[in-house]
Write a protein that binds this ligand. Structure first.
Ligand code: HEC
Length: 97
C-alpha cells in the first residue's frame, strides 16, 4: 500500500512539471547536502542536478550492489529502496544543470 502511495506521489510530482526545491521527494534533502543544486566552485563532489534520471538510477543501483566502487555512495545508496531512488533521481533530473 505504501509503495503504491509513493508511486502515485512520484507521478503526481512528475505531472506537476519542473519541480522546485520545495517539491523535493523524501530523502532528496539528504543528497543536496553534498550534491548541491547550485554550483559550488572547487567542489570535488560530482554534480547530479540536471542529469538524466536513468543515469542517476544506474549509478545508485551499482553503488548499492558494490559493482561500482565509491567512498561514501555505496553506504548512502543502501539506505534507499528503488521507489525512493526513482523519485529522487526524477527530482534531480528536473533541476537546472
Ligand atoms: C556525504 C556526501 C554525499 C551524500 C550525502 C550523497 N552523495 Fe552522491 N556522491 C558523493 C561522492 C563523494 C561521490 C563520488 C563517488 C564516491 O566517492 O562515493 C558521489 C557520487 C554520486 C553519483 C555519481 C555521479 C557521477 O557522475 O559520478 C550519483 C548519481 C550520486 N552520488 C547520487 C546521490 C544521491 C541520489 C544521493 C542521496 C540519496 C547522494 N548522492 C548523497 C557524495 C555524497
Amino acid at each position: 500500500m505504501r509503495r503504491i502511495l509513493l508511486a502515485v506521489l512520484a507521478s503526481a510530482l512528475l505531472l506537476a512539471g519542473p519541480a522546485q526545491a520545495a517539491d523535493a521527494p523524501p530523502g532528496a534533502s539528504s543528497c543536496t547536502g553534498c550534491h548541491a543544486t547550485t554550483k559550488i566552485a572547487g567542489s570535488v563532489i560530482p554534480r547530479i542536478a540536471g542529469r538524466k534520471a536513468a543515469d542517476i538510477m544506474t549509478f545508485m543501483r551499482e553503488y548499492r550492489s558494490g559493482t561500482w566502487p565509491s567512498s561514501v555512495m555505496g553506504r548512502i545508496a543502501k539506505g534507499f529502496d528503488g521507489q525512493q531512488t526513482d523519485a529522487i533521481a526524477a527530482w534531480f533530473a528536473a533541476q537546472p544543470e
